[in-house]
Design a protein around this ligand. Structure first.
Ligand code: 13P
Length: 281
């Protein structure tokens, strides 16, 4: 299966009522773990990295690795640049071969968010890539470095934003936030339902870590087709390594690497089951 764009994956998910996992990765072991899970379960998938992560995982190194892994996969995999902050990095991702990008203008005034998202959509289309936008503001920040307040999406504004930008996927804010929640969030399903009724683009749920399985399922029923998972992967990798050390299973570097792959694999398997995307490749 080749590297694919996310739009056909999300359109199929929309027609058949499931969500595609969009898994953040930071190194080769995480890529290998996620791909092992999606190949084993015959699931479509998206692998992504956010701009704030690039200090630890430089785009010129991790980007080609992600693209190469998607190309070698036996299932359709899209490669996404998440929460872009600068046109420079978005362009670099597109040059490397990412098949979708997001410019996160959600913290900006509506008109400005719409303007820069429409420009990003235009840039992405020059590379035959897709574009995701966000309206309303998901809480926290992708790497936990900022405490951005949640600002729930207005369905009417979401429609106007979609019409102005033509984005291929639209992230909504319905009480979700990045990072670990102190307690499971109370999601605004009413806002999601109304937005899904108005906007024809597949909807995206950010801040997937810590959302309860039943809430995920309800979101999918109401129109979410892409779910972003980051912190849960990192936590699962760390936990897997700790467990392996505790069990004295790490005798050398390769065992450490195996434990990392296992952590990413376990986390992806758990979410694939909840999202209903197994055997949808
Ligand atoms: P979590 O870290 O809460 O899973 O959020 C991931 C995300 O939304 C990436 O865009």
């Amino acid at each position: 299966m080749p590297l694919v764009k996310m739009s056909p994956l999300l359109q199929k998910a929309r027609q058949e009522g499931y969500a595609v996992g969009s898994f953040s990765v930071a190194n080769m072991e995480m890529v290998l773990g996620v791909l092992k899970a999606v190949e084993e379960t015959k699931s479509p998938a998206i692998i992504q990295i956010a701009e704030v992560r690039l200090n630890h995982s430089p785009l010129e190194l991790i980007g080609p690795l992600m693209v190469a892994a998607a190309k070698a996969s036996s299932v359709p995999v899209a490669v996404h640049f998440d929460h872009g902050k600068t046109t420079e990095k978005i362009k670099q991702a597109l040059e490397i071969g990412f098949t979708s990008v997001m410019l996160d203008g959600s913290h900006l005034p509506f008109e400005e968010n719409a303007r820069i998202t429409a420009e990003t959509k235009q840039l992405a289309s020059e590379y035959d890539a897709d574009c995701e936008g966000e309206i309303g503001c998901v809480g926290g920040s992708e790497d936990g470095s900022e405490d951005i307040a949640i600002n729930c999406t207005s369905p009417v504004q979401a429609l106007e934003f979609y019409e102005k930008t033509g984005v291929d996927a639209l992230a909504v804010a319905i009480g979700n936030a990045h990072g670990n929640y102190k307690q499971a969030p109370k999601l605004r399903f009413d806002i999601l339902e109304e937005t899904a009724g108005l906007v024809k683009a597949p909807l995206v749920l950010h801040g997937g870590t810590g959302i309860l399985p039943d809430d995920f399922k309800k979101c999918i029923k109401l129109g979410i087709n892409k779910i972003n998972i980051a912190t849960a992967t990192f936590d699962s990798v760390e936990q897997s390594v700790r467990e392996a050390y505790a069990a004295q299973a790490i005798k050398g570097y390769y065992d450490l690497q195996t434990a990392e792959v296992e952590g990413a694999y376990r986390n992806a398997m758990k979410h694939i089951e909840i999202f209903g995307c197994a055997n949808k490749a």
